[in-house]
Design a protein around this ligand. Structure first.
Ligand code: ADP
Length: 328
């Protein structure tokens, strides 16, 4: 378990992490979401004791990391896969870590097998592809068989096979009862991976909830309708205060009403319906809505020039929370 209380980190004039309090529970994957520059890496560095908080505390399994005799046995982390000695083989990189942490040599073989690097274990790390480098970083994180694992943007630049592999590995680790904390600015990835979310913007907590709750709270209700009388339905829905969008195939999307309300409205106006279904908003859409206020420029447009207004539980987000164009 990871527990942060009022965690704050200031770098000169930049408040990178601003009064963050959250809990990361064992036995599930917690996604740490936020646009680039939101403070995810800084938070992870604070958890690992690589930086000192300006204010607040963070503990792993109830203790500060610096008080642990063998931190690698408690927390394993992949922050920067390139932070290895390029001239060393994968085997020797891991062996060096094992020996300085009083871990048995056979554990090196085990983690090499776990991440599928046995065949290339004697190759120099400097010759590794991005995907192999990520696997080596994960092998190092797993070395001490820690109960807490943290991965900072682990799928960046990986091919679909690599992404699937990491996703399945994280699921397996969570199923074993481990605490898995993974950061990403890719909402679509988190939607398929995370059980729980901690969402931050400009260093501040925006939401801490399940993926389903996040989508429900931050996306507008919409209903997909097919009818041979689209103009009548549009007029009736607009009269009831909803917004209606038409697409070229004749499908209407009614925003701001439930499927039951649209069905009742059609019945009252004698409108025939051929299809009526609640539309599921994706996490990506929910996140875009939520963080729309945190970017100065959105899809190349200046603020106020056509981007969505934020919806739902936004708190503490100031204009310019992320750098230009960084929300994917
Ligand atoms: P994320 O991981 O969400 O992309 P970061 O934690 O890397 O965000 O950065 C948060 C903010 O803190 C950014 O504005 C970044 O420029 C700033 N920052 C991060 N590390 C440092 C540092 N060592 N010195 C100065 N500013 C930093």
């Amino acid at each position: 378990m990871i527990e942060a209380q009022g965690l704050t980190k200031r770098y000169g004039g930049t408040l990178a992490v601003d009064d963050l309090s959250f809990t990361v529970e064992p036995g599930r994957i917690t996604g740490f979401l936020g646009p680039n520059g939101a403070g995810k890496t800084t938070t992870m560095r604070l958890i690992l004791g690589l930086d000192r908080p300006t204010r607040g505390t963070v503990t792993v399994n109830g203790r500060q990391l610096r008080d642990l005799a063998w931190p690698m046995r408690e927390v394993g982390a992949l922050l920067d896969a390139k932070a290895v000695h390029g001239g060393r083989s994968a085997y020797h990189h891991l062996l060096c870590l094992a020996q300085t942490n009083d871990l048995p040599r056979r554990r090196v073989e085990e983690v090499l097998d776990l991440v599928g690097l046995r065949e290339v274990a004697r190759k120099r790390c400097g010759e590794f592809s991005l995907g192999m480098g990520q696997r080596l970083g994960i092998a190092a994180a797993l070395l001490g068989d820690p109960s807490i694992l943290m991965f900072d943007e682990p799928v960046n630049g990986l091919d679909p096979e690599g992404i699937l592999w990491i996703r399945n590995l994280m699921k397996a680790l969570a199923a074993e009862g481990k605490t898995v904390f993974v950061s990403s600015h890719l909402m679509s990835e988190m939607e398929n991976t995370a059980d729980h979310l901690i969402v931050i913007g400009r260093g501040r907590l925006i939401a801490e909830c399940s993926v389903e709750e996040f989508i429900a709270a931050n996306s507008q209700q919409s209903v997909r309708v097919r009818t041979p009388q689209p103009d009548m339905l549009s007029a009736a829905a607009a009269g009831a205060g909803a917004t209606v969008r038409h697409d070229r195939s004749g499908v209407l999307t009614v925003l701001g009403m439930t499927a039951a309300q649209v069905g009742d409205l059609a019945f009252e106006h004698g409108i025939r319906l051929h299809e009526l279904a609640p539309a599921q908003a994706s996490l990506e859409e929910a996140f875009m809505e939520l963080t729309a206020s945190s970017v100065e420029f959105h899809a190349g447009l200046p603020r106020g020039a056509g981007q969505h207004e934020p919806a739902g539980v936004v708190g503490g987000m100031a204009p310019g929370a992320a750098r230009t164009g960084e929300v994917a």
